[in-house]
Design a protein around this ligand. Structure first.
Ligand SMILES: [Zn+2]
Length: 117
């Protein structure tokens, strides 16, 4: 069933909540994600609530321009994205979640985003 995790960017301008069991945690090797190096978790759009900072979000798009990669315009931190392969999902940056120690999470699954680049 999951629990509610609070998340925020580094400066706190952007805050969100996500209701999830946080499994699985994934990494992606596409040209963007390998630069970000973020641990991510994907869940249904309805489990994600942006609480604050919509106006402070930048959206980066590349290649097919279907995926939407959001980041805080102030601190630059990637908070969440809408994946190209499944726009019904939202991917969140696990590193933005309060109280989650990524070192204690099970090994991340690899998404082979490079093959879709
Ligand atoms: Zn910020």
């Amino acid at each position: 069933m999951g629990q509610v995790y609070s998340g925020q960017c580094h400066c706190g301008a952007v805050k969100f909540e996500v209701n999830t069991d946080l499994q699985p945690v994934v990494r992606c090797n596409c040209s963007l994600c390998r630069r970000k190096g973020a641990l991510m978790h994907r869940t249904e759009q309805e489990n994600f609530t942006l609480l604050k900072g919509a106006e402070n979000l930048g959206c980066y798009q590349f290649h097919t321009h279907k995926a939407e990669h959001y980041f805080c315009k102030t601190c630059g931190i990637y908070t969440h994205h809408r994946p190209r392969m499944n726009p019904a999902l939202v991917g969140v940056n696990v590193g933005c979640l309060d109280g989650v120690d990524s070192a204690l999470l099970p090994d991340a699954e690899l998404i082979d985003g490079a093959s879709f680049d």
